[in-house]
Design a protein around this ligand. Structure first.
Ligand code: UDX
Ligand code: UDX
Length: 434
């Protein structure tokens, strides 16, 4: 089937490539001409495991194409997925101007029936607004449908998630739209055995916001428990394990640490709070979730300040700039909180990340960037771990201790084992562990 995807960010590029991989003929549209030119040369705008090979394979097979022309995209396929960004505005409300713009542009070029599918995370009732916009800007006398198909993929495991989803959710208003979407996803449903849920558009939109907000709530919950553990001499890892084995609770998303980041959780929780408020519900639970998340970062910053006593002129090594391992995405990453604060306090920073360093450097050119963990730690008076990259757990601790000026580790992701670190001669502290 022919499919157009508008927006080749994380969501759009992965979705389009995976649709091509299952045999569809896909045209990816982006108004960033440089991005399209690079993609045509098979240069990826993001780092995602396995993506480059899959893009190459499908481009070579003639199933995946790129253009910066929305007109071409509109004329190419009956089904058009909208995966443009929805960045947060000043009050946490999502900026929907890109979605609206795509709606207007598509409407202007439609020459027959089209199904417009919102793939970006959007507030409830965006479908309704999109429908109004398309109706207003339509030039030809043609039918169209709007649908919602929220994306649940995680960065770092995006391709796996696309082929093995826990569920596929679609929100539709017509049989025709439901049938088209079912046909697109049929190969994935067959292979993965996942549920295909059909509901109305508002419910589908809400399913996405509610899911992300719930996962963020789980993380903030365990982070709050971690703070209690620190005060009570308990071990949050053991508590989380004990809780998680209860199938009703589940083990996942109970890793305590420096708090959640990324392009989705912070933005989606903000948006959900804002939208609930707009329609008359004060979502105080989620406000606490946000507060706890911020609190984790502030708590660890205070610990650094306490440990060093005077931060000015101290050498601090930071391991991990991406918001999580497996990605070069630094949006809302904890490092974006710590680096400016520590620089302001006069620290001399040495930073390491296996893939996100280049992106981070564009925002913060001042610190020193090192490719090797031991080089990064050399002469440091404190080592701070902010991303749970597997490489960090493999550092030889005796060598690490020897290169550092003072063997102090603050582990914001509970990557190392406390007893092992202490036996190796470190002053070691982590999150929620005695
Ligand atoms: C974004 C949102 O952050 C996420 O919440 C939503 O679910 C999907 O969209 P992501 O794919 O990571 O996720 O966004 P981003 O990397 O910003 O990519 C959006 C792309 O759309 C960019 O390549 C941008 O150039 C493109 N775009 C934007 C258009 O093609 N047309 C526009 O009008 C605006
Ligand atoms: C998330 C959702 O999981 C996904 O379904 C949605 O489509 C997009 O948003 P993503 O942002 O890629 O995916 O990353 P995720 O793995 O969910 O992690 C988000 C943040 O939470 C990261 O900063 C991570 O380090 C943190 N996290 C996650 C914890 O602090 N503890 C945990 O137990 C799990």
């Amino acid at each position: 089937m022919k499919i157009t995807i508008v927006g080749t960010g994380y969501v759009g590029l992965v979705t389009g490539t995976c649709f091509a991989e299952i045999g569809h003929d896909v045209l990816c549209v982006d108004n960033d001409e440089r991005k399209i030119a690079a993609l045509r040369k098979l240069q990826m705008p993001i780092y995602e495991d396995g993506l480059e090979d899959m893009v190459r394979r499908n481009v070579e097979a003639g199933r995946l194409h790129f253009t910066s022309s929305i007109r071409e995209g509109t004329l190419f396929a009956e089904v058009i997925f909208i995966a443009v960004g929805t960045p947060p505005g000043y009050h946490g409300e999502p900026n929907l101007s890109y979605v609206e713009q795509v709606g207007r542009e598509v409407a202007a070029h439609m020459d027959g029936y089209r199904l417009l599918v919102e793939k970006s995370t959007v507030p409830v009732n965006t479908g309704e607004q999109l429908k109004r916009t398309v109706t207003k800007y339509l030039r030809a006398d043609v039918d169209f449908d709007v649908a919602s198909n929220p994306e649940f993929l995680r960065e770092g495991t995006a391709i796996h998630d696309a082929f093995k989803p826990d569920r596929i959710v679609i929100g539709v208003e017509s049989e025709r739209a439901a049938k088209l979407l079912r046909e697109i996803y049929e190969p994935i449903i067959r292979d993965s055995g996942c549920e295909f849920l059909t509901m109305n558009i508002a419910s589908a939109e809400l399913t996405k916001h509610a899911s992300n907000s719930f996962l963020a709530t789980k993380i903030s919950f365990i982070n709050a428990v971690a703070r209690v553990c620190e005060l009570a001499g308990a071990d949050v890892e053991q508590v989380a394990h004990g809780m998680g084995l209860d199938r009703r609770i589940g083990r996942s998303f109970l890793r305590a640490g420096v708090g959640y980041g990324g392009s989705c959780f912070p933005k989606d929780v903000d948006a959900f709070v804002y939208l609930a408020d707009q329609i008359g519900y004060d979502f105080t639970l989620l406000k606490e979730v946000q507060k706890i998340n911020r609190g984790q970062r502030e708590h660890i910053l205070r610990r650094i300040q306490h440990e060093l006593w005077v931060v000015n002129d101290k050498v601090i090594a930071i391991l991990g700039l991406a918001f999580k391992p497996g990605t070069d995405d630094i949006r809302e990453s904890p490092a974006l909180f710590f680096v400016p604060h520590l620089l302001k306090d006069g620290a001399r920073l040495k930073l390491w990340d296996p893939v996100a360093a280049a992106k981070f450097r564009e925002l913060h050119p001042e610190p020193e960037y090192l490719d090797d963990i031991l080089d990064c730690a050399r002469d440091a008076e404190l080592l701070l771990i902010l991303t749970d990259w597997p490489q960090i757990a493999e550092i030889p601790l005796d060598k690490l201790r020897d290169v550092m000026k003072c063997p102090v580790i603050i582990d914001g992701r509970n990557v190392l084992d406390p007893a092992t670190a202490r036996n190796a001669g470190f002053t070691y502290s982590s999150v929620g562990r005695p």
